[in-house]
Design a protein around this ligand. Structure first.
Ligand code: SF4
Ligand code: FES
Length: 257
């Protein structure tokens, strides 16, 4: 295991040095894989001086910008909105941009690796295509038949509330890639696709609920869920993922939604 370090500038003025008092030294242990160079996976330790109030994403940026520009990961908004930087941090799926260093025990090496169950393309980047294919398969858009309205489609506050929780999904894949069923069977639709089906099945304006339920009645659909709650624990948006899956199962049995 190699340990690149970030050298401190020796000629720093005293005033600037005292401003560093709040910084701590920590180790980021990152899983590296570059198939263009080698088939081997390596774990590399990076020693950094960081403010514990900074985030894991800041530490990854520091590595990339100051130590090793080849480190590869996805991120865009840096504020928990785009869903692109889900990764396994200390063995748990989290968004790097929403995880403060002080909250994950920076006294021990912080392990960072890609989310599980999807093919790793390079370092922390996985192939998201199977995940998005499952999302597309549940038809995540409003479907209505005929009689195009000339005004907006109205909905009561109660009806809107019915699917409010599942509108919060940012498609980060933290839930699906924390699910043991998905790890063992990549064909399973997975929690995120079911959450996004739920968002439309329970929308009073939508008219394709039956169709979506039949799609999820498939052998790789909702019945594969073993209610382990990993998905609910992993969701950075606090969505009650397992509850949404249970509601879809119930709707399949009762055909009431
Ligand atoms: S349900 Fe939560 S964990 Fe799953 S994809 Fe959506 S935001 Fe991410
Ligand atoms: S970078 Fe957009 S959610 Fe983290």
């Amino acid at each position: 295991m190699s340990t690149p370090t970030l050298e401190k500038s020796s000629g720093a003025p005293e005033a600037a040095q005292s401003n560093d008092d709040h910084l701590i030294t920590l180790t980021m242990r990152v899983r590296r894989f570059n198939p263009e160079v080698s088939d081997e996976v390596t774990w590399v330790d990076y020693e950094l001086r960081m403010d514990p109030k900074e985030r894991v994403l800041d530490a990854l940026h520091k590595i990339k910008w100051e130590i090793d520009g080849t480190l590869t990961f996805r991120r865009s908004c840096a504020h928990g909105i785009c869903g692109s930087d889900a990764m396994r941090i200390n063995g748990r799926n989290r968004l790097a941009c929403k995880t403060l260093l002080k909250d994950i025990n920076p006294e021990k090496p912080i392990t960072v690796e890609p989310i599980k169950g999807l093919t790793v393309l390079k370092d922390l980047v996985v192939d998201m295509e199977p995940f998005f294919q499952a999302y597309r398969d549940v038809m995540p858009f409003l479907i209505t038949k005929g009689n195009e309205p000339t005004r907006e489609r109205k909905q009561s506050a109660e009806d809107r509330e019915r699917f409010d929780d599942t509108t919060k999904c940012i498609l980060c894949a933290a839930c699906t890639t924390s699910c043991p069923v998905f790890w063992n069977d990549g064909q399973y639709f997975g929690p995120a696709a079911i959450v996004n089906a739920h968002r439309f099945i329970f929308d009073s304006r939508d008219e394709a609920g039956e169709q979506r339920l039949e799609i999820l009645n498939d052998r790789e659909g909702v019945w594969r869920c073993r209610t382990t709650f990993n998905c609910t624990d992993a969701c950075p948006r606090g969505i009650e993922v397992t509850k949404a899956i249970q509601e879809v199962k119930r709707a399949l049995l009762t055909r009431r939604f």
